[in-house]
Design a protein around this ligand. Structure first.
Ligand SMILES: *Cc1c(COP(=O)(O)O)cnc(C)c1O
Length: 385
């Protein structure tokens, strides 16, 4: 079966009620018929659920579905994308190890790497996303992991996964990829050599702005370490959120088809607009890494970025003129969202620091929703006009 069919048909066993749709298992713990069954479960001799911090049928179903989509051996679901990322670092890195990370990464991931990992004696080096030829020289004898996002947030830069996978194999380094922006229906990093894939399920996977969640999938031996760390420290996904996210996966493929179709339409329509100095979208031929994007992704995703010629003030004015698009911090929602990083998420940085992370003064990021494409375009055009 194609992964997009398999995900719909993967489910936990039916209860005695023979329900068609998976019910919610809102229970903190699970019962045993006798002392022997309970002993065997605690001894890991069976897969029986014991306690919902360790496992729960809804969480299991969501994880199994993510493994089906990503082509992964094993997985573990967490309360948020950040707990998935943090768990993957804490379980797989130790004092004295070195982490190589791409500098264009999600803000909180940046904070975890540069503020918290050093407290545990884990060293790090940032490499630049657009200079992959410099990465090999940054590898040290104690380099244990390479961490990256592709496409990046908010710059939409693309990392060549095949090249990176080969580099990591050559140096025996764990390749850990945040696949949040692409989603597994557009890109499967494991097929290019990634060992671990992390997700914020809060974004496109939920797709309707309702719940937070995260997931780690990948090599069985590595996921087992992450599972042990998370089972003991507690950032487990709730059964309710897992039920929501698992249902969402049934429509991920069809939703991303519409999101990415709308996004490509907008990018093409806006590319020549006189108020913009550039428009960036992975599947626009003008994108610097268009060839790599179209090689490793089956669609360009749902995010479009553009630069307003008027800079910072034009960015604020643009947000104020929008009538339909939402002004909110999330992305990957059925409703289109506009954000202006320079005056919001990245306002505390100096202009030089912002430029170093690709945040230009007039940068607008559009998370393209499921509304009719003409309506989204019309709102953007009137706000630019
Ligand atoms: C939002 C996001 C995260 C963090 O996910 P949460 O669910 O908010 O914890 C990590 N990576 C990327 C690329 C994101 O967009």
């Amino acid at each position: 079966m194609h992964p997009s069919s398999k995900v719909i048909r993967t489910r936990v066993p039916r209860t005695d009620e023979m329900e068609h749709s998976t019910p919610m298992f809102l229970t903190s713990s699970f019962c045993f018929d006798n002392a022997e069954d309970m002993r065997a479960a605690f001894a890991d001799e069976t897969d029986d659920n014991i306690y919902s911090r360790f496992s729960n049928p809804n969480v299991q179903e969501f994880t199994d579905r993510m493994c089906a989509l990503e082509g992964a051996e094993a997985g573990f679901a967490t309360a948020s994308g950040m707990s998935a990322i943090f768990g993957s670092f804490m379980a797989l890195l130790k004092q004295g190890d070195h982490l190589l990370a791409c500098s264009s990464i999600f803000g909180s991931t940046h904070t975890v790497i540069s503020k918290f990992l050093p407290k545990y004696g884990i060293e790090y080096t940032y490499v630049e996303v657009d200079k992959p030829e410099t990465w090999e020289a940054a590898i040290r004898p104690n380099t244990k992991m390479l961490y990256l996002e592709t496409p990046t947030n908010p710059g939409l830069d693309i990392v060549d996964l095949e090249l990176t996978g080969k580099l990591c194999k050559k140096h025996n380094i764990i390749l850990n990829v945040d696949n949040c922006f692409a989603t597994p229906v557009a890109q499967t990093p494991i097929s290019f050599g990634a060992d671990i894939v992390v997700h914020s399920a809060t974004k496109w996977i939920d797709g309707q702005g309702r719940v937070l969640g995260g997931v780690v999938v990948g090599r069985k031996d590595l996921v087992k370490e992450i599972y042990t760390f998370c089972r003991s420290t507690g950032p487990t996904l709730s059964a309710f959120n897992a039920w929501v996210l698992s249902k969402s996966l049934e429509t991920l493929d069809v939703r991303m088809e519409r999101h990415s179709g709308n996004a490509l339409f907008l990018a093409r329509e806006l590319e020549q607009h006189p108020a913009l100095s550039w428009v960036k979208y992975p599947f626009l031929p003008s994108h610097p890494q268009y060839a790599i994007a179209t090689k490793q992704m089956s669609n360009g995703g749902g995010i479009v970025c553009f630069e307003l010629k008027g800079g910072l003030e034009a960015g604020r004015a643009f947000l104020d003129k929008l009538k339909m698009l939402s002004l909110t911090a999330n992305l990957g929602d059925s409703r289109s969202i506009a954000s202006h990083p320079a005056s919001t998420t990245h306002a505390k940085l100096t202009e030089a620091e912002r430029l170093a992370t690709g945040i230009t003064p007039g940068l607008i990021r559009i998370s393209v929703g499921l509304e009719k494409k003409e309506d989204i375009l019309e709102d953007i055009l009137q706000a630019l006009g």
